[in-house]
Ligand binder design. Structure first.
Ligand SMILES: [Ca+2]
Length: 399
């Protein structure tokens, strides 16, 4: 039961059977943070005021039986492609009929690894090209995040011509923290978010600009460094890097107003964060973080700020465990231009943003399980993939 705040500073305990009533200036989150000594770098960097929506979302189960889905991609005519982490690709019709799409790549399935993101390329309408990320077996028990493209057959029964476009280097052992999200910039180049592979040793690479662990890379559709990248021509640096110091960024979206990349990443215990990565900048992991280590001690020196390292525009402690996010474009819900975040631990998180400032936060659908992906259909409905053994696809509309 959460404390209920009535009016200005009056604190009372709410009845468990009643919806909590909280003044609109109070944050949604009332629980204590894990990192008790953290001070936000600026007002509103965490625990923005709660904007409780008047809309109650209605949930319809469109399909189930896709165990542990990872990502969905909406085709222009309403069909949906779904990746299953173990290495299958599915086509689901709006009425929920599902059929397997043959030709998915071989994946290193285990831990957080498997078949992950799926994205339609800008030329999908003409060329039927789609893009996949997955944990690729690289030999010696190691794996790495790989981006590949393939062509969907006209009958949608298979993908063909699977071609690897980019391989995160170096490969690493274990099943932890691959990223990975595909976002397209306005020039038709790709931002790909890449995790630092979890281990105490691999996480140090997030600060190392010679490789791809804990990075956002910016590449052409051919897998080359995108023109204008910050480290092109710099000796010893990897020219594909856009930004570094990331932990496990599983979500990304282009802000339709600014055209800039926004990225969301998992912290450890505490410290999930949203960044707006600028070229060549350092987002701090594992040197600065608003979280603590899983056993309870500090990460590194336990600091949250350092010169030369960028602050997140927003963070959470306790975590939400963010999967992906979208800027809502439609008007079926009264949330146009707001940020909707799927999360494994907090349902769908809604943020009202003003420029690059988060001004309010709301939560919904917290009882629907681990939300592994969120997308918006052409009609403005939200589609969610639920990460469990039953693997549901949900369509959400105003109730
Ligand atoms: Ca950071």
């Amino acid at each position: 039961m959460r404390a209920t705040i009535l009016g200005m500073g009056l604190l009372a305990l709410g009845a468990c059977d009643a919806a909590p009533v909280v003044a609109q200036t109070a944050p949604w989150q009332q629980a204590a943070p894990n990192k008790k000594d953290a001070t936000p770098a600026f007002k509103g960097q965490t625990r923005a005021r709660w904007d409780k929506s008047s809309v109650k979302p209605a949930v319809q189960v469109v399909a189930s039986g896709i165990p542990h889905p990872w990502a969905i991609a909406m085709l222009p005519d309403g069909d949906v492609l779904v990746t299953q982490k173990s290495g299958k690709l599915w086509l689901v019709t709006p009425k929920g009929q599902k059929s397997e799409v043959a030709g998915a790549p071989k994946v290193a399935y285990g831990g957080q690894g498997g078949l992950m993101d799926i994205s339609l390329g800008p030329d999908f309408t003409n060329q039927l090209t789609l893009w996949l990320t997955y944990s690729e077996p690289r030999g010696g028990g190691k794996s790495g995040t790989t981006l590949a493209k393939a062509v969907l057959s006209k009958d949608r029964k298979s993908i063909t011509g699977l071609t690897v476009v980019f391989r995160q280097q170096p490969a690493w052992s274990g099943g932890g923290q691959f990223g990975s999200n595909i976002a397209w910039d306005s020039a038709g180049n790709i931002f790909l978010t890449l995790g630092e592979r979890y281990s105490v040793e691999s996480r140090k690479h997030a600060q190392n600009i010679t490789d791809d662990l804990g990075k956002v890379v910016h590449i052409t559709p051919e897998g080359k460094p995108a023109p204008g990248n910050p480290f092109i021509g710099k000796a010893g640096a990897a020219p594909e890097i856009w930004s570094y110091g990331h932990r496990n960024p599983q979500g990304a979206a282009i802000n339709p107003k600014s055209g800039k990349l926004w990225e969301i990443e998992h912290g450890p215990r505490g410290g999930d964060e949203i960044n707006v990565p600028e070229p060549g900048k350092n987002y701090g992991w594992p040197v600065i973080t608003y979280g603590i280590d899983y056993p309870g001690g500090p990460i590194g020196d336990g600091i949250t700020a350092k010169p030369g390292m960028e602050q997140p525009i927003y963070y959470w402690d306790p975590v939400i465990a963010p999967s992906d996010m979208i800027f809502y474009k439609g008007d079926l819900f009264p949330w146009t231009d707001q940020l909707l975040i799927g999360s494994l631990a907090g349902g769908v998180v809604r943020l009202i943003v003003d420029g690059e400032t988060v001004v309010a936060e709301d939560r919904m659908l917290e009882d629907e399980g681990r939300i592994r992906d969120i997308d918006e259909a052409p009609d403005g409905a939200l589609w969610l993939a639920v990460d469990d053994s039953d693997g549901k696809l949900l369509r959400v509309t105003p109730g």
